[in-house]
Write a protein that binds this ligand. Sequence first.
Ligand code: FES
Length: 350
Amino acid sequence: MAKEPAEHSDSYDDYQPDPGSAVERSNAPQNPGLPEEEHRITDKDPKAARTAERRIAMFFGLSVVGSIFATVAYVVFPIIPGDMTSVRLNNGLMGLGITLGLLGIGFGAVYWAKNLMSDEEMVEERHPTRGDDETREKASQIFTDANKESGFTRRSLVRNSLIGALLATPIPAVVLFRDLAPPENPSKLMKQTMWDQGVRLARDPSGEPIRAADVTIGSAFHVIPEGLKEIKSGKLEEKAKAAVLLMRLPIEDLNESEARKGWSYQGIVAYSKICTHVGCPVALYEQHTHHLLCPCHQSQFDVSNECEVIFGPAARPLPQLPITVDAEGYLVAQGDFTEPVGPSFWEREL
Ligand code: FES
């Protein structure tokens, strides 16, 4: 039986392996040891240390200037819609400011580490990875030593300028992120679409109004509100909310609840095309089963049962658009959707 090395032993000198399993270590590399330590000028000369300290503060100060510059540039040189020169100027100046802000912190930290933090080479002995009280105490001691060696609390100029730089750096990001939010309450935006009483259902993308007589049993139409093409701005946003799928089923296949009687016209039904999972267009219709499939994550909706979810991650049915026909036989909306279209998140506001 081989003799095991003593637990936590630093030496294997008394280790006796099994005969036949021992590996002979011939020409094993010798530990070259550590080269003689050379002290830096900042370790030897307090004047040089103070100069280094001022340089570090200068880098951090530069970072503050860069961050403020980026913020000011964003406000003073705004992006004017349709003007590419303003886009270039805005992005260029902001990029310059943010670069300066980040580089200032980076250069300052590296310069600090290379010139003022402790330069002593240390050997960390191996120890069990399990943390015990002693290890925790050591870890806390390491932080205390690091604080002492870096002079974080002692060198108040460096510390305060670093804190200032770190506080100033996120300012441009905060200003930029603010602009990502829509100007109005997003829930309200999702609740209102272009559909209104009497708005004709039109083919996507031609914008041609659809007669009820054109919708044969088994067919499916991609639909937009008539007049969408004439909108000057925000056309895509409106389309993204108002897109509808129109299908005609044999009337006997439609199971309509009492509340929705009259929302369809002779077996023609219209449902939002925006998946209630995360908003992909539900574009695949299987006419034999009357199922709609969202290709993103395979949610399936049963058109014959008010588009209830029969498979997949979507949490609620597709909203139905109540429709009828006008005097000329064109399909028209009876009004807007009665619930927000799109991902279920918006349902919380109902
Ligand atoms: S977006 Fe339709 S299933 Fe995910």
